[in-house]
Design a protein around this ligand. Structure first.
Ligand code: TRP
Length: 475
């Protein structure tokens, strides 16, 4: 789908769901969700996440797609158009559009860094015998003994030349796709590759069920343990929800633009939501029991962004034809990451193009420069700049490195602010009744009251609590 071809619309309903789900499914589901649920207590995180998806996620997804379909404009234009007749406070709600457009610019540099890690692991698994990653093989890094796969990851991210090269490779792939406008081609590929990814993940889940002691791992992932609940569970789950459903970053508003009036927005939203959450759930099933089996609950609680890179090679080391399946797995993840990175870059280019009135080529160059600078700093955050902790002024984030900090600022601070603006726009500027009618478009809508309840009384207070807690004001 090219952003220039506004009026084309989607040829059929499946087209919309595949496009929205295709860009929604990415590293968020496979890399981010599992490590967060391992870290924040397994079952309790999963439960919190599911509740939030069904209330918040649902309300915000409908709102954003609805705004796009109603105004036929991207986030900045939509906010501007709707606020145009208002002076004073309501007129200033229009800055919400800018916040929504800013978020993907912060996310994409570190998304590309992780894309680079995935690229590295395609090569690593293709070129090395997987037995070297077996959980019982130990290695020593800086005097500390650890599993070989953890040492491998540690050595990779701390060697800045190597990580920089893979970051650049992934960036160049993304840039070529956007520059040549061959996104359609990639999406064609994805129709085959994404189902393959799902099947492979399912296969690995089944395999993990038969690992010795798997019961303890499944219990950790599926049984909520209330004693592990804290505010941070909600903050993390909320951030993950925004990230995974690509909310509060203008993406869904842009998708709404392509949706035809006669399409059934609500059932589309349901499908996107179920699909996205289903994949996250499966990814958790694939990784978390394995982490608990290999390293115990402690290892799960200490999980960080390296989780899939440390644990999956261990799984493949004991897997039949592990080298082949391991390589295939990372290739498929690479594709999922690349399509998301391409959508994100394309959105940024479009924003710069429209708002600064630059040519597409020049806008692309600016966006690439931005990714290059921030991405390089992020990569160096694990080696040359490892003493830099940007959020050290807040006690609980003292250990955050540069990647963690960018991730935190976009997902836990800017996105809630963006979502608050979207909610104010609907409730106060457009009017909830009018917007509900517009969404319904004469069709039945069973969860209408849930939607209205969320928008009126739940979303804003909850987001404020999350926000205040995230920035350390509320404990
Ligand atoms: N939702 C995507 C994922 O789960 C990530 C993402 C964030 C994204 N922002 C985006 C994808 C913008 C496409 C466009 O990985």
């Amino acid at each position: 789908m090219k952003l220039g071809s506004r009026r084309e619309g989607f040829s059929n309903k499946l087209g919309f769901v595949l496009a929205a789900a295709g860009s929604a499914v990415g590293l968020g589901n496979i890399w981010r969700f599992p490590y967060l649920s391992a870290k924040y207590g397994g079952g309790i995180f999963l439960l919190t996440y599911l509740i939030l998806v069904l209330s918040f996620g649902y309300a915000l997804l409908i709102s954003e797609i609805g705004i796009g379909r109603m105004t036929r404009r991207g986030p900045i234009g939509a906010f501007r158009k709707l606020c145009a007749h208002h002076k004073s406070f309501l007129g200033s709600v229009r800055i919400g559009g800018w916040i929504n457009a800013l978020v993907p610019m912060i996310i994409i540099p570190y998304y590309v860094v992780i894309g680079g890690w995935v690229t590295r692991y395609v090569v690593a698994l293709a070129c090395n015998p997987v037995s070297g990653f077996h959980k019982d093989v130990l290695a020593t890094v800086e005097g500390k003994s650890m599993p070989a796969s953890a040492a491998y990851f540690q050595n990779f991210i701390t060697s800045w030349q190597e990580s920089l090269i893979y970051f650049l490779i992934f960036l160049i792939i993304t840039a070529i796709v956007v520059a040549c406008g061959v996104k359609k081609g990639i999406e064609q590929f994805n129709k085959v590759l994404m189902p393959m990814l799902v099947i492979l993940i399912l296969g690995i889940c089944i395999y993990c069920m038969f690992l010795p002691n798997a019961g303890a791992g499944f219990k950790y992932y599926l049984m909520p343990d209330i004693s592990k609940f804290s505010y941070m569970t909600v903050v993390a789950a909320m951030g993950q929800l925004f990230f995974s459903l690509s909310l509060a970053m203008g993406i869904m508003v842009t998708y709404g633009v392509y949706m035809r009036r006669e399409d059934d927005l609500i059932s589309n939203v349901n499908q996107v939501e179920v699909f996205d959450t289903g994949i996250s759930f499966l990814a958790g099933m694939m990784i978390i029991p394995a982490v608990v089996v290999f390293g115990g609950e402690k290892a799960a609680e200490n999980a960080g962004p390296g989780l899939i890179f440390v644990t999956m090679p261990q799984v493949f080391a004991s897997f039949p034809a592990g080298r082949f399946f391991g390589t295939l797995f990372f290739i498929l993840v690479l594709f999922a990451a690349a399509t998301s990175a391409v959508s994100m870059l394309e959105t940024n280019v479009h924003t710069v193009c429209q708002e600064l009135g630059l040519s597409r080529k020049l806008s692309l160059a600016y966006c690439l420069l931005e990714i290059l600078i921030i991405g390089t700093i992020t990569v160096l955050g694990y080696s040359v700049l490892s003493h830099v902790h940007p959020l050290s002024f807040i006690e609980k984030y003292q250990s955050f490195d540069i990647l963690d900090s960018l991730d935190f600022i976009s997902n836990s601070v800017l996105m809630p602010i963006g979502a608050i603006f979207t909610t104010v726009l609907i409730v106060a500027v457009i009017g909830l009744e009018r917007f509900t009618r517009e969404i319904k478009n004469g069709k039945k809508w069973y969860r209408q009251y849930l939607y209205q309840l969320c928008m009126c009384v739940i979303v804003i207070p909850c987001l404020l609590v999350v926000l205040l807690n995230a920035v350390g004001i509320l404990k």
